[in-house]
Write a protein that binds this ligand. Structure first.
Ligand code: GTP
Length: 786
């Protein structure tokens, strides 16, 4: 029996954890890492998978981080199923297989058997596989000893290993070993052939299946993707979901079902994932475990006994949960056949064409990172075929060609391996230097076509038939395109840093596919970029990262949504910045995006949440009750209202309990005007905003007052004015800071003091005329929030 791909795939489980923000995903992931020994306990720091400094500071997951864990499950006789018996001593087999691959990789082809044997012994010692080398085994005939047999290795007093270094092993060798094996008390032999093409391993079993000794151990490869829970990052969640077969739906026992629980559950269901419902944080004194279970059972239309009670903090029932993942989440094979993009009318078989069978490797990119030496590293889920070092590959949509530099797994650090095959989640180092060529959602495929019908005798070169290939190949279904909701302009404070900013954005884009940017230039601020974001938290995070990780000082405009402006001539333009709004005389109407907003709140906060909403422009739609104590409020609201500080305020009026999600509904014409800010008489374009006309006065005053607080005092008095259509609607002034020029004169000559003050006054006047106020970056960052 060959240790083939099917068996390997049967033991893979790809899953993710979905939850509302702070319901404990990262903490649970930490327990998984500990339990599986993926990260040693002493190296364990809290929320291990949140690697970004910002994530640690804020305690939120911004970027998903995949990890592969090995879990050995011991199954007693009673629980054993037929699938389990298919693989005998599979944990040992996998270890030996890994060792053989390593030896072949390091030693290379063409050596004698003894060389491989010595190397394998060293590898076994390194990874702690117990073995005997010169063990003589009795050969029995009808129970009588008739001779001895000495295998190359006896491993763990269980498995016989025979080593060959042939170009090909056939039935003859297999049969010979089977005969040896039969005469011994052992049940499994591995025939390892170090051929010119690699290490080939065959399993030879001598055993009637029913008599497999028990209990038996099975090794599972668990690929976990931790996902972010904040409303701004649902795009990241959708990418994770497309790479897995199952999802743990985690709900905090003290908070119950919240808005993102619903939104993420919806995404997971759309992807056809198996859902494992879990009530987490059951150790909390205010846990409402029973009630939350009831809510969840109601939501999923399932029995309460299907819902696990877990504490990521204490570790209670975490192992049970891991076992539930193994039992309930299907192995990857079942999903490879579905091509989500195919329509029902499209009835052609996915890969089979007339003529030779083509084996095509396909992997879906769900994320990427950048390494100075290895270039762009694509994080992938392999759906078909395999990828290994040296494979000539191509990214389907961007048409970028590359030779695979390295493949491997996340453990959670990048760990090289020989091959990534169907079902695996891992990485492919592309060597490409241009981040734009490796796009999330794109399909990687190998360029050569392997004709699986070819025999060994057939030595003619494999024909590559580009036309045919293209007609046969179908890229995997892409992910949901990230839709930017908020736009802001970023200009370097120092014009020379434009290229640095461009570089930095390129690098950020690699770790954050949802970020979009395009060059922009402004009369006052020079060259910069207009960036598109998923929401306000996203704006803040990117601004902070540009500052911290790339040391850039930036001028950032007030974030804006996209408006559709109808001009008097009938033409329509889309603008993403207030500063681009044409002169009011040329504008007939302005439409803005409107969303369907859903807020889930405990009933006790209903009053304060409704009061908060009433201070924003809104259209009330409905209130539903969801369980006894949870209310679901539905509104229609302009997007511009909620992208600023609405989320933060919602959290604060509900002590963190209320949550929201929204979906863009369409565009609506409203009475909107442009509000400008002048500082020391100069228009500061980046503070311009489009606001509802009836709120303009209030907004102008609020902005001027806030600027007064955050602009540092200058050597001269600075006027701050809020202006609409040339009319000043609010004014504040910042008093000049006064340097004490007369301090050292005490007593005596008053005229001398006056003279000095007079001189200072003149100096200040001159400065004022020259007058540009230098606004430090902090001012722009602080003004991002209302
Ligand atoms: P995001 O990544 O921001 O979506 O959060 P998360 O879902 O990963 O939550 P995280 O693991 O960061 O946990 C949020 C908070 O809850 C932290 O303060 C944890 O210490 C705490 N927490 C997590 N699990 C448990 C638990 O089982 N019991 C208790 N008492 N606290 C927990």
């Amino acid at each position: 029996m060959r240790l083939n791909l099917i068996n390997y795939m049967e033991n893979i489980r790809n899953f993710c954890i979905i939850a509302h923000v702070d319901h404990g995903k990262s903490t649970l992931a930490d327990r998984f890492l500990e339990l599986t020994g993926t990260v040693e306990k002493r190296k364990m720091q809290e929320q291990y998978l949140d690697t970004m400094e910002l994530e640690r500071e804020r305690g939120i997951t911004i970027k998903l981080q995949p990890v592969r864990m090995l879990y050995t499950r011991t199954v007693t006789d009673k629980e054993r199923t037929i699938t389990d018996t298919k693989l005998l001593y599979e944990d040992l087999t996998y270890k030996i297989r890994g060792a053989a691959f390593e030896v072949r990789k390091q030693v290379g082809p063409g050596h004698k058997e003894s060389v491989y044997q010595k190397a394998l012994a060293l590898e076994f010692e390194k990874i702690g596989v117990p073995f005997e080398k010169e063990k003589r085994l009795d050969v029995l005939y009808n129970g009588e000893k008739v001779g001895t047999y000495q295998p190359d290795f006896l491993v763990a007093q269980k498995v016989i290993i025979e080593i060959k270094a042939l170009s090909f092993v056939g039935q003859k060798e297999e049969k010979q070993i089977w005969h040896y094996l039969k005469g011994t008390p052992y049940n499994l032999a591995l025939l390892i052939n170090f051929s010119p093409n690699g290490a080939d391993i065959q399993r030879i079993i001598n055993l009637p299946l029913q008599s497999v000794p028990s209990p038996q151990e099975s090794v599972y490869f668990l690929n976990l993707i931790d996902t972010p829970g904040h409303v701004d990052f649902s795009y990241e969640v959708s990418r994770s979901l497309a790479a897995v077969e199952g999802a743990i739906l985690l709900v905090d026992a003290s908070k119950g079902v919240q808005a993102q629980t619903l939104a993420n559950l919806h995404l997971a269901k759309t992807q056809g994932l198996i859902i494992i419902p879990v009530v987490n944080k059951i150790d909390l004194p205010n846990a409402r475990t029973a009630q939350v279970k009831e809510e969840l059972a109601h939501l999923l239309e399932t029995e309460q006994n299907e819902i696990l009670e877990v504490s990521g903090k204490t570790g209670e029932n975490v192992e049970k949960l891991l076992q539930a993942v193994i039992e309930k989440v299907p192995p990857p094979s079942t999903r490879t056949i579905t091509d989500i993009k195919r329509t029902i009318t499209d009835k052609s078989p996915i890969r089979s064409v007339s003529g030779p069978t083509l084996s095509v490797s396909r992997a879906l990119i769900f994320d990427s990172s950048f390494d100075a030496y290895k270039g762009v590293i694509a994080y992938v889920r392999v759906f078909d075929g395999s990828f290994k070092r040296g494979d000539k590959s191509v990214a389907w949509a961007s048409k970028a060609k590359f030779d695979v530099l390295e493949v491997g797994f996340f453990s959670p650090k990048l760990t090289t391996s020989i091959e990534l095959s169907a079902g695996d989640i891992g990485y492919i180092a592309t060597g490409l230097k241009d981040p734009g060529l490796v796009r999330v959602g794109d399909t990687l495929t190998t360029r050569t076509i392997t004709d699986t019908k070819r025999t060994i005798a057939d030595k003619s070169p494999i024909k590559s038939v580009p036309g045919q290939y293209e007609s046969v190949f179908r890229p995997l279904a892409g992910y949901k395109e990230p839709k930017p909701m908020v736009f802001a302009s970023f200009f370097p404070e120092n014009a020379e840093e434009y290229d640095d900013l461009k570089d930095a954005l390129g690098k950020l884009k690699l770790t954050d596919a949802s970020l979009i940017y395009e060059p922009e230039s402004s009369a006052g601020l020079g060259r910069g970029f207009r960036l598109g974001f998923l929401g306000m938290l996203h704006v803040e995070i990117i601004s902070e990262r540009l500052k911290r990780e790339f040391n850039l000082s930036l001028i950032i405009s007030t974030p804006s949504v996209e408006y559709s402006v109808k001009l008097t001539g009938g033409e329509e333009v889309r603008i993403r910045s207030a500063s681009l709004l044409p002169d009011p005389s040329k504008v007939e109407s302005i439409a803005e995006p409107v969303v369907d907003l859903e807020i889930i709140t405990p009933s006790s906060y209903l009053g304060s949440v409704m009061e908060l909403v009433s201070s924003y422009r809104n259209i009330y739609k409905a209130t539903d009750y969801f369980g006894k104590e949870t209310a679901l409020l539905k509104y229609e609201m302009p997007l511009s209202e909620i992208v600023t500080d609405f989320y933060d305020k919602l959290k604060s009026v509900s002590s963190g309990y209320a949550s929201m999600s929204y979906e863009v509904k369409g565009m609506t014409v409203n009475d909107l005007v442009r509000l400008d800010i002048l500082i020391a008489g100069e228009l500061v374009e980046s503070f311009s905003r489009i606001v509802p006309k009836d709120k303009a006065y209030y907004e102008g005053r609020a902005m001027a007052a806030k600027l007064k607080e955050v602009v540092p005092p200058q050597w001269f008095e600075v006027a701050i004015q809020a202006v609409i259509g040339g009319k000043v609607i609010a004014r504040e002034s910042i008093r000049a800071k006064r340097k004490d020029v007369t301090g050292y004169l005490y007593g005596g000559d008053v005229t001398r003091k006056m003279k000095l003050l007079e001189k200072q006054k003149k100096g200040k006047k001159k400065m004022k005329e020259a007058g540009r106020v230098n606004l430090p970056q902090e001012v722009f960052l602080k003004m991002l929030k209302r």
